[in-house]
Ligand binder design. Structure first.
Ligand code: AMP
Ligand code: ZN
Length: 486
């Protein structure tokens, strides 16, 4: 398979020609959410970036096994080896079973990803469903003398590992720098070395989620689950491992060490990391309290928002930045994306109405190859979108008669736009691209605005209620009402 797809590999710190281990099969593992609360838009950005990658690899003809886990145990507060389990803490507060928390937020996550029209992964394994596999890995690491037991906990011996391996390989960090710059992750009185991390943690009796193990009752360390599940479903070595950039220094660094300690091999050939969604330049995060929920963005119910934006507009906004660049979230940026998106959808729905001519003035093949080139260059969606706007210009010129296109080129233009808009970007045009619905809704909302202005509140309420029944939300803003699909 020869596509000349280049992927930036965090491990080598450069773009590399992608070569699958067993073409046409590709194994891709992405660290999934910790389901103790709703996913915020930052999390969604990362998962949507991998949806784009998943979709494009399939468009290129690869058969992708995409594994994205659900972290439902072992992720402690502060991301360290001490403190409360995030899920248990929430369960205690809400007086429910931890698995009720897990179910609630897994459902919420799936629902949001569906609203974004993201494809479900091929396998979505959970940490609690793979305790046996995790215990097996700990046993092997102990057998290989790269871990030690203290009071029922098992720690990875980083000092010993570094005798033969480069622990900071993923981020090209020197051990001395890591020793001075790494924060204390807890359990320090039991650890032999500062960088050691827990593979298995001895559980206090009151700890809600604990399992029997050769070392007593306990639970797995956070990094272990991904090694166990990627090994089980993709093998000891697979093609792509992904996650947000914030995972690379500790979580993924430790995953590499675990895998090497088990089988002597680094797990993934390509490490792909997404950059952060920021708010006023600061990473969007639950703990910083600056996070936006997707639902708030769709409905516009947030003090910092002027109005709501549909899931497809939000996704389009995200893809207007490359996945390795930071993306700052603001009303103005979203407004600009919405305008661009509407322009694209309007042109897309014009396609079926265009007249063809004997004379052709459009080189669609050249334009098509630029679309592929953009995506082949490390999934460069902003460049792809710029190419799509080039097609908008062509469509509008053909429509107003300043450019002519023949039937073959129009067919190719249609097919290519459909491929990149619907299959690669995953835009659900059934709703968004249905310009008739959009225009009709604008018209009805306009009628309602008139009714309100004429103080005909019975009619304006009737319209709002009627649209609600049909699945549309009307929201009054300072520039009149806007509508969104619920
Ligand atoms: P978590 O549920 O916190 O473990 O995060 C799930 C995924 O979202 C991880 O891959 C994180 O790296 C990623 N993530 C967290 N915050 C952001 C953000 N502000 N922008 C982009 N990705 C993020
Ligand atoms: Zn992980």
């Amino acid at each position: 398979m020869q596509h000349n797809l280049f992927i930036y590999n965090t491990l080598s710190r450069k773009k590399e020609l992608f070569e699958a281990i067993n073409p046409p099969f590709v194994g891709m593992y992405v660290c999934g959410p910790t389901v103790y609360s709703d996913v915020h838009l930052g999390n969604c950005r990362t998962f949507l970036a991998f949806d784009l990658i998943y979709r494009y690899l399939q468009v290129l003809g690869y058969k992708v096994r995409y594994v994205r886990n659900i972290t439902d145990a072992g992720h402690l507060e502060g991301d360290g080896d001490e403190g409360e389990d995030k899920i248990s803490k929430k369960a205690l507060l809400a007086k429910v079973e931890p698995m009720e928390i897990v179910q609630t937020y897994s459902n919420g996550f799936h629902n949001i990803m569906q609203q974004f029209n993201a494809l479900p992964p091929s396998i979505e394994p959970t940490a609690t469903g793979h305790i046996i596999e995790q215990i097996e890995l700990v046993k092997t690491i102990l057998e290989n003398n790269l871990a030690y037991i203290v009071n029922g906990s098992v720690y990875f011996d980083v000092d010993k590992y570094t005798l033969t391996q480069n622990y900071g390989i993923l981020n090209n960090r020197k051990l001395e720098d890591m020793l001075t710059n790494t924060r204390d992750l807890g359990g320090q009185n039991e650890k032999r070395g500062k960088l050691d991390f827990a593979l298995w943690i001895n559980a206090k009796p009151q700890h809600l989620m604990q399992w029997p193990s050769p070392w007593g009752m306990g639970f797995p360390g956070w990094h272990l689950e991904c090694s166990a599940m990627s090994n089980k479903y993709l093998g000891q070595q697979f093609d792509i491992h992904g996650g947000g950039m914030d995972l690379s220094a500790t979580h993924h660094t430790n995953e590499i060490a675990q895998n090497v300690a088990v089988c002597g091999k680094s797990p993934a050939n390509y490490w792909v990391h997404t950059n952060m969604l920021t708010v006023n330049g600061q990473k969007m995060s639950k703990s910083l309290g600056n996070s936006f929920l997707p639902q708030e963005l769709f409905s516009g119910e947030h003090p910092l928002l002027d109005k709501g934006y549909s899931p497809m507009v939000v996704k389009f906004f995200m893809y207007q930045a490359h996945y390795r660049s930071t993306l700052d979230f603001s009303n103005d940026a979203l407004n600009a994306s919405e305008k661009g998106f509407k322009k694209l959808m309007a042109a897309y729905s014009l396609l079926s109405k265009l007249n063809t001519s004997e004379v052709n003035q459009v080189d669609v093949e050249d334009w098509q190859s630029k679309c592929y080139a953009a995506m082949n260059d490390d999934f460069n969606s902003p460049i792809l979108i710029a190419e799509l706007f080039d097609a908008v210009r062509i469509i509008n010129s053909v429509n107003d008669g300043t450019l002519s296109i023949d039937i073959q080129n129009l067919q190719l233009l249609k097919q290519t736009l459909q491929l990149f808009i619907e299959q690669v970007l995953g835009i659900d045009v059934d709703f968004e691209g249905d310009n008739n619905t959009a225009q009709l809704m604008d018209f009805i909302v306009d009628l309602r605005n008139d009714a309100k202005q004429n103080k005909n509140f019975a009619t304006s309420d009737k319209i709002r209620y009627g649209l609600q029944q049909l699945g549309f939300e009307i929201k009054d803003g300072k520039d009149g009402a806007v509508w969104a699909k619920k």
